[in-house]
Design a protein around this ligand. Structure first.
Ligand SMILES: *Cc1c(COP(=O)(O)O)cnc(C)c1O
Length: 357
């Protein structure tokens, strides 16, 4: 059996939801579980967080999986219908749809389905990805209210482009545009993602939509999830499967990018980019063996990586090696690989064994 194992700590997930609730001060929480629960497993995360007020997904198929697992709360499809035919599926599964574009309004207007659809009206306050321009909000809201098959309890939402930069005035401007566009209109408000909850009290609204912090992933550059008061949920580990005595001057791995500076032991661990460990991890990226940080040497390959064992003379074949987790922040590995922690947890492949503790 391959040894690459992702361990998911359910207590940490639950503690992170509780911490988000405290910070959100009464706002309801949409637990964002898109991309297979940021790589932690959609059904698993939803089961552990079954008391979340709602779930947020990027695909109708994920909504279908959550309904099949028996979850009854609201499920918001964050980009709504991609085509007119999606409307029937959204209604059948009782999914909420984010409505962000004129084309979706036309599909809705032409739709004669009597089952009420709950919609979240998305306003583009500066992200310039999805959403109606602020000056169109009143008109769009009126059109939606006039549609018999649209539920009248419409949620106003927007998304931040830089809420992780706590001193960046762009977020304050987005909040001001949102407030102006929705002023006097009845209905709940939803602005904040994880970083919005942490750094922008004015953005709390009636609902928050949080992903990263639920999983204990940092949303602030240079900090770990734990630095921000959240517990890492995933740890990735594998085993040492070979120890090789190499001589000074011998080269390790594809293209021989690393040369032994002296006679030394090099360890081989059963992890590679075929498991989702980043090929871009720079030489020197640490792993943890028996509490000691040891550097990766040479290139990460599909199934294997190699580590410098000079600081671990007592290492044995079969020892567990931690790639990231509580004692080795995934943020640090992401930084070495030129990416963010979200990218690493989302990248776990099917051959990684998932266990819960
Ligand atoms: C992914 C996503 C979120 C969650 O963002 P985090 O930074 O992970 O909390 C919230 N809203 C929308 C629209 C998203 O796409």
């Amino acid at each position: 059996m391959r040894s690459a194992t992702a361990t998911i700590r359910s207590a940490a997930l639950r503690a992170n939801l509780a911490q988000l609730r405290r910070l959100s001060q009464g706002a309801k929480v949409v637990a964002v579980v898109k991309a297979d629960g940021y790589g932690h497993g959609l059904e698993r995360v939803a089961r552990i967080l079954s008391d979340a007020d709602a779930f947020g997904v990027a695909a109708i198929a994920d909504g279908q999986r959550l309904r099949a697992a028996g979850h009854q709360q609201r499920i918001i499809v964050l980009s709504g219908p991609d085509e007119a035919a999606d409307l029937a599926e959204l209604r059948r599964l009782r999914l909420d749809a984010v409505i962000h574009h004129e084309s979706q309004l036309r599909w809705l207007a032409a739709d004669r389905d009597p089952r009420p659809l709950r919609v979240w009206l998305k306003i583009d306050t500066g992200m310039h990805r999805l959403g109606f321009a602020p000056e169109r909000v009143r008109e769009v809201h009126e059109r939606l209210l006039a549609m018999p098959s649209v539920d009248r309890d419409i949620v106003f939402m927007t998304h931040f482009a830089a809420s992780d930069e706590f001193d960046n005035a762009v977020t304050a401007e987005q909040i001001a545009r949102f407030d102006a566009a929705t002023q006097g209109l009845p209905g709940p408000r939803c602005l904040a993602n994880s970083a919005g909850v942490l750094g922008w009290p004015a953005a709390r609204g009636d609902w928050v939509r949080t992903g990263g912090l639920l999983y204990g992933l940092s949303v602030v550059a240079g900090k770990s999830g734990r630095d921000l008061g959240f517990e890492p949920v995933m740890s990735l580990s594998t085993r040492l499967i070979a120890i090789n005595r190499l001589r000074r001057g011998e080269r390790v791995g594809y293209a021989g990018t690393w040369e032994c500076p002296e006679d030394m032991d090099v360890g081989v661990i059963a992890i590679g980019y075929g498991d989702g460990y980043p090929r871009s991890a720079a030489p020197g990226t640490p792993v943890l063996l028996g509490g000691r940080r040891l550097p990766i040497v040479g290139r990460v390959s599909m199934d294997l990586a190699t580590i410098d064992l000079r600081e671990a003379p007592d290492a044995h074949v079969g020892d567990r090696v931690l790639l990231w987790g509580d004692a080795l922040p995934v943020e640090e590995i992401a930084e070495r690989a030129g990416t963010i922690a979200y990218d690493l947890t989302c990248g776990m492949t099917k051959r990684v064994l998932f266990v819960e503790d």
